[in-house]
Design a protein around this ligand. Structure first.
Ligand SMILES: Cc1cc2nc3c(=O)[nH]c(=O)nc-3n(C[C@H](O)[C@H](O)[C@H](O)COP(=O)(O)O)c2cc1C
Length: 173
């Protein structure tokens, strides 16, 4: 899929088929994450690929967002973690979140290009997920996504027009 087609085709997918996805496809998607830029090239992102059905189900119980069923039917859940001290901090901005955001978006777009669905999930209880997956206390759990063949084709959600988000030569001009 051409880049701009991929960007336009991406949706947050909240219903999945239980169709298996080859591990090589997942590895290609994660390779896109590996190539993402980061603060001073520190590469603080770490991914846990959860394929074990029992663990996925437990993850779904804990997160239940967008729904427990996503984690049971999609063959993978991808959990993005980071050591927050392994990136930059400037003017109150924690760049590990930026690094992780870029990296996860590479995952999301690569999955779209492979015909697969994802849903960026940021709202979940961090400590229970840490405990389930053996993630150390000082490592942040930044995002989760189910990964699999979509069982829905949602319409595009509204976006602000360009003139609302792009200014010329100064704020709001
Ligand atoms: C940082 C971030 C966190 C998000 N967290 C959640 C979430 O916890 N649960 C959920 O269902 N969707 C979540 N989303 C998906 C957004 O709701 C979605 O991107 C937005 O509504 C636009 O829809 P679209 O992705 O289909 O274009 C998140 C997206 C981002 C970028």
């Amino acid at each position: 899929m051409e880049f701009f087609e991929t960007v336009a085709a991406r949706r947050s997918i909240r219903k999945y088929q239980d169709t298996p996805v080859p591990r090589e496809t997942v590895d290609r998607i994660l390779e896109a994450a590996r190539l993402s830029p980061s603060w001073c090239n520190r590469q603080c992102h770490r991914y846990i690929v959860v394929s074990d059905p029992e663990k996925r189900s437990m993850l779904g119980e804990l997160i239940d967002n967008p729904s427990k069923a996503c984690y049971e039917t999609a063959p993978y859940a991808i959990v993005l973690c980071a050591d927050s001290t392994d990136s930059g901090f400037n003017s109150g901005k924690e760049y590990y979140l930026v690094d992780c955001g870029i990296s996860m978006e590479h995952v999301v777009l690569a999955a779209t290009a492979e015909g697969l669905g994802t849903c960026w999930v940021g709202y979940f209880p961090e400590n229970p997920v840490r405990n389930l997956l053996g993630i150390p206390q000082d490592v942040r759990v930044v995002a989760v996504t189910p990964l699999g063949v979509p069982a829905e084709a949602p319409k595009s959600r509204p976006r602000l027009p360009l003139e609302n988000i792009v200014f010329e030569d100064g704020w709001q001009r």
